[in-house]
Design a protein around this ligand. Structure first.
Ligand SMILES: Cc1cc2nc3c(=O)[nH]c(=O)nc-3n(C[C@H](O)[C@H](O)[C@H](O)COP(=O)(O)O)c2cc1C
Length: 356
């Protein structure tokens, strides 16, 4: 029997199905981080998901890491997000905002007054980033002072408050993919000598303090966290990820979070088996799933809900396609981050019509 189309409790919400849309950066906002009206259409088209998790949204201008990504730091940004949440709700959907501070995975050309990106430690990540004027090498970031760390945590608090003001049903902390929270968590990018570095307890402190701030605003039942142990991306390396993530997840108990979202990319360890029993809320499994493997994960009790990225990007009516066993559109990588409606709001529905 299909489990995908049975209801599931995620925090304070009962989702009508277990198909969650993954957070996906789509770069359809302006240079001030204000989403375009296309963004409203895009999310409304996908309201059939049990839950939409928005693209990564920066909590402060210093958290931006990519061109044309959106923020939740100004009134103008909040105003368009309001339109997004209203459109999703009007179609019966639910949407959480993913709050994403990129830390050192940024570039001065993307930051206020050409600022140096910030990080736990002044360690330059290997690699390059797309800056709008071509690929450029990452720069050496500036280590945050203790006062500044408190300020960044407050930025997450304010982002949560503004997300709720904008009508989001909850927020997800992006603690994966080598961005600021994972830079604190991971031993290679965090060489601090103070209470935020060294032992696993200290490296996890930033993530836990950020979560505490988000939970203080929204309540644990409207907050989730995404992690990707061993994700080999953005030059993030931890010496002992099994220990780090076991510890982190055990510390989440007191928050009574809505969910833990784990996306694995070629990890050598079965972190779903390791982490799920350590968590006391809904468990969201992501990455590389298709209908069959999602059903199997649900049937085997390995997950409470399943997260789809590329498939939702290319199929606004993904739940309907799964219900009918219909073929899927293929995601077009060339238009993942390009401006405009092409490859964004024009993927065809089952009827053959564009979702527009
Ligand atoms: C275009 C694109 C943008 C993405 N942007 C984000 C992001 O902003 N935040 C995030 O946590 N993951 C991001 N991801 C990763 C997805 O959330 C998801 O983990 C990944 O696509 C694996 O799931 P899939 O195999 O179902 O696509 C992105 C993925 C894609 C394809």
């Amino acid at each position: 029997m299909s489990q995908l189309f049975t209801p599931v409790q995620i925090g304070r919400y009962t989702l009508p199905n277990r198909l969650v849309m993954a957070p996906m950066t789509r770069s359809r906002s302006d240079d001030d981080g204000v989403p375009s009206d296309l963004v409203v259409t895009y999310y409304a088209q996908r309201a059939g998901a049990g839950l939409i998790i928005s693209e990564g949204v920066f909590p402060s201008a210093m958290g931006k890491g990519y061109v044309r990504t959106p923020g939740i730091a100004t009134d103008a940004q909040v105003a368009v997000w309001k339109k997004v949440t209203e459109a999703v709700h009007a179609k019966g959907g639910r949407i959480f905002m993913q709050v994403m501070h990129c830390g050192r995975i940024s570039h001065p050309s993307l930051l206020p007054n050409e600022a140096q990106p910030v990080a736990p430690s002044a360690i330059k990540p290997a690699g390059q980033t797309w800056t709008g004027s071509g690929m450029q090498a990452f720069v050496t970031p500036r280590a945050l002072s203790l006062d500044e760390i408190a300020g960044v945590i407050d930025d997450y608090r304010m982002a949560t408050r503004r997300a709720l003001e904008a009508g989001f049903d909850g927020v997800e902390l992006h603690a994966a993919s080598g961005y600021l929270p994972e830079q604190f968590l991971s031993s290679a990018s965090n060489q601090r000598q103070d209470q935020y570095g060294g032992s696993v307890e200290n490296r996890a402190r930033f993530v836990l303090e950020v979560l505490a701030a988000m939970v203080a605003e929204a309540g644990g039942d409207r907050v989730g966290i995404k992690i990707s142990p061993e994700m080999n991306f953005n030059d993030i390396v931890d010496a002992n990820p099994q220990e780090t993530y076991s510890y982190l997840v055990e510390q989440l108990h007191g928050f009574n979070l809505a969910y833990l979202h784990v996306a694995l990319f070629g990890a050598k360890v079965d972190y779903h088996a390791l982490l799920r029993p350590r968590f006391n809320g809904a468990y969201l499994m992501g990455s590389g799933l298709d209908q069959q493997s999602a059903e199997a994960a649900l049937a085997n009790g390995r997950a409470d809900a399943t997260v789809f990225g590329g498939a939702f990007l290319a199929n606004p009516d993904l739940p309907e396609r799964f219900r009918q066993g219909s073929p899927l559109n293929t995601p077009d990588k060339n238009t993942f981050y390009s401006p405009g409606p092409q490859g964004y709001t024009d993927y065809p529905l089952l009827s053959g019509l564009s979702a527009n």
